[in-house]
Design a protein around this ligand. Structure first.
Ligand code: LER
Ligand code: MN
Length: 263
């Protein structure tokens, strides 16, 4: 298991300084926000900087425009074409995958009950989109990582077992799951059991404590979560995505050291 950090949390005037600080703090990778990586020239530039810093890109977090499950076809198509570009960037950068949230907030498709409820329409739509995006991920050599979010951020996929259902149903090697320990602390009855249930589909983790501050600042039980990750043979990155209290030059390395005791 390797610890990474989102670029936005790191101090530094540019990516090189951020990457150098990340290394100094004990991180083993950086998760990048995806919006700028739709540009191929930017991808080349990022690749050079990360090579210079000697740090891998763990993952790319979203960054697509539109909404995959929008009622408006142009918004769906925008999201899908952006996701494909970001998946290609992930493959170029050697990242594990691209984090994908199908929809934030409430449903945007109509209630066609008794023919289809909004959830049923979204479910069928997502299966088609996952098939298309999963095929692209396989072609370029990376993963699309479905991320469940807590109920206050989405009505749709809240728990890992729901994401597993989609992986199994779509049956594409390119579609996998990531688990965010903050969302899980709200939605899962038992974080360790949820991790074990997601098993081979789980390819990435977001690290945050129960209050969405740095690990060590709340009451999440990282020990049992990491034991479950070891049990399923998880060897990938876990990236910090959380608030950073105090001076990041001190609190970031302190949180890394806190987590290392459970790895
Ligand atoms: C949003 O709360 C979140 O966890 C992000 O990873 C979504 O891109
Ligand atoms: Mn997250």
């Amino acid at each position: 298991m390797k610890i990474a950090c989102q670029d936005g949390l790191l101090p530094g005037r540019d990516l090189l300084e951020k990457a150098e600080n990340a290394k100094r703090f004990g991180f083993e990778g950086i998760e990048l926000w995806g919006s700028e990586l739709r540009d191929k020239e930017k991808v080349k530039e990022v690749k050079k900087v990360m090579e210079k810093a000697g740090l891998p890109v763990s993952t790319i977090c979203a960054g697509y425009r539109g909404t995959p499950l929008d009622a408006d076809r142009s918004q769906r198509e925008l999201a899908i074409s952006d996701c494909k570009e970001i998946l290609s960037a992930a493959a170029d950068l050697g990242a594990v995958g691209v984090i994908f949230v199908p929809i934030f907030g409430h449903p945007r498709v109509p209630d066609l009950s008794p023919l289809y409820t909004p959830y049923e329409l979204e479910r069928e739509l997502l299966l088609k989109l996952l098939d298309e995006l999963g095929a692209h991920a396989e072609r370029v050599g990376t993963y699309l990582l479905l991320e469940p979010l807590n109920r206050y951020e989405t009505h749709f996929i809240n728990r890992l077992e729901q994401a597993v259902w989609f992986c199994e149903k779509v049956g594409r090697e390119g579609v996998k799951i990531m688990g965010d320990l903050f969302h899980m602390s709200i939605e899962e009855s038992n974080i360790a059991e949820a991790i074990k249930g997601a098993g081979k589909y789980l390819k990435h983790i977001h690290l945050a404590d129960s209050n969405r501050l740095l690990p060590g600042w709340g009451h999440t039980d990282f020990k049992s979560a990491f034991e479950a990750l070891k049990e399923i043979g998880f060897g990938n990155f876990m990236a910090m995505e959380c608030g950073v209290p105090g001076d990041p030059m001190e609190s970031l390395p302190k949180s890394v050291a806190y987590l290392r005791q459970f790895i």
